[in-house]
Design a protein around this ligand. Structure first.
Ligand code: KG4
Ligand code: ZN
Length: 343
């Protein structure tokens, strides 16, 4: 049987997304409407624009999601009342963006008389790995790296998490975005910088590796961003032409070195034999390559979401919801959003 059928909605930042999953983890649709074009000219996500674009997009995204799933299931049509539950990201994220998805999900669940399931966005990024590798089992360590988060988490079991360390200032994705902005490259910075970095020399410029040997699992990225902007200013003042690929590659290498060193320490500390990653920055090729090497050396199994599942989408929210449905853990219709929430 394909039951339960769950539709999940994600609207925590700048993608409006909906996905339908069945009880066995079969994905029947995975629709993502990105707002990047509306934010890029501002060099970052503008919260009020995000809210308004979610309002415009959400009906169409859900309609498309239902239609795609109907085709996948081989039924003529799929309506809200044909589903078994509605899941939604309630935290963390932009409050004005989250409320659009939550209010819509509540309305749909209430109207169709179906249970509502509340999902933490960060837990979604962790579960994106389980879509790629259905058999994966805790204990494991996950590195969550996105525009808003940088953390190492000990996953003792599904639903049982210990945050081992996180950033004390900027998130990794934020550092990519700010450096790209300083270089005049546009938004979001991650994909642009990683494309440039592929043609550059990662050893060309010695940027700082903050807290690399701090003996704990905290991260700091604001100093690196400053080091890159200072370097750029000095080169320009000296009248030298900037070697963009070298700057990008050297910046990435500084980020990756620290990420790998701390992930390794977390694996050794926990003794976990399984490592995975999630969030937009997990799509970075240099980071993925470095983790492959690290895990091979440590004898640790590595799972990485496919590139399409690193950034925000609703399939990962649906995958978490599958567990919640099985546990009978449903949300009250008085559920509210939260800007910040631990994993
Ligand atoms: O998970 P995500 O889509 O949204 C948040 O929850 O923040 O992550 C977006 C972040 C942005 O900062 C973007 O620059 C970064 O992920 N990113 C990358 C790459 N692709 C996206 N960073 C480094 N390398 C990439 N290839
Ligand atoms: Zn995210």
């Amino acid at each position: 049987s394909k039951r339960p059928l769950i539709l999940a909605i994600e609207s925590s930042c700048d993608e409006t997304a909906a996905s339908i999953i069945d009880g066995q983890g079969g994905l029947h649709s995975d629709v993502v409407a990105s707002q990047i074009d509306f934010h890029s000219r501002f060099g970052g996500v503008v919260p009020e624009i995000a809210s308004r674009k979610h309002i415009e997009a959400i009906c169409g995204v859900c309609d498309e999601c239902l239609a795609t799933a109907a085709a996948s299931l081989g039924v003529g049509s799929l309506r809200w009342r044909d589903l078994d539950a509605v899941a939604v990201t309630y935290a963390p994220g932009l409050v004005g963006a989250l409320v659009v998805g939550l209010a819509f999900a509540k309305g749909a669940a209430w109207g169709a008389d179906k249970p509502l399931i509340a999902v933490n966005h960060l837990e979604g990024h962790l579960y994106a790995n389980r879509i790629a590798e259905p058999g994966m089992q805790p204990p494991m360590v996950v590195s969550l790296v996105s525009g808003g988060h940088t953390m190492l988490v000990h996953v003792r079991d599904w639903g049982d998490y210990e945050t081992m360390g996180s950033t004390i200032d900027d998130a990794v994705g934020e550092a990519f975005d700010k450096v790209a902005k300083a270089l005049g490259l546009g938004y979001p910075g991650g994909p642009i910088i990683s494309k440039l970095a592929a043609k550059g020399n990662p050893k060309a410029i010695a940027f700082p590796r903050a807290l690399m040997h701090s003996g704990d699992l905290r991260f700091s990225l604001s100093g690196l961003k400053t080091a890159v902007t200072t370097y750029i200013q000095k080169e320009q003042q000296a009248g030298r032409e900037l070697n963009m690929p070298d700057i990008a590659a050297s910046f990435e290498a500084a980020v990756v070195d620290v990420q790998v060193a701390k992930a390794k320490a977390a694996l050794i500390e926990t003794g976990a034999k399984e490592f995975c990653l999630g969030g937009g920055v997990a799509a970075n090729p240099m980071l993925r390559g470095a983790y492959e090497k690290m895990c091979r050396k440590l004898g640790v199994r590595l799972t990485m979401p496919p590139l399409s599942a690193c950034g925000d989408q609703a399939a990962m929210i649906a995958e978490v919801a599958r567990d919640r449905f099985a546990q009978g853990r449903f949300a009250d219709l008085s559920l509210d959003v939260k800007a910040h929430a631990p994993l």
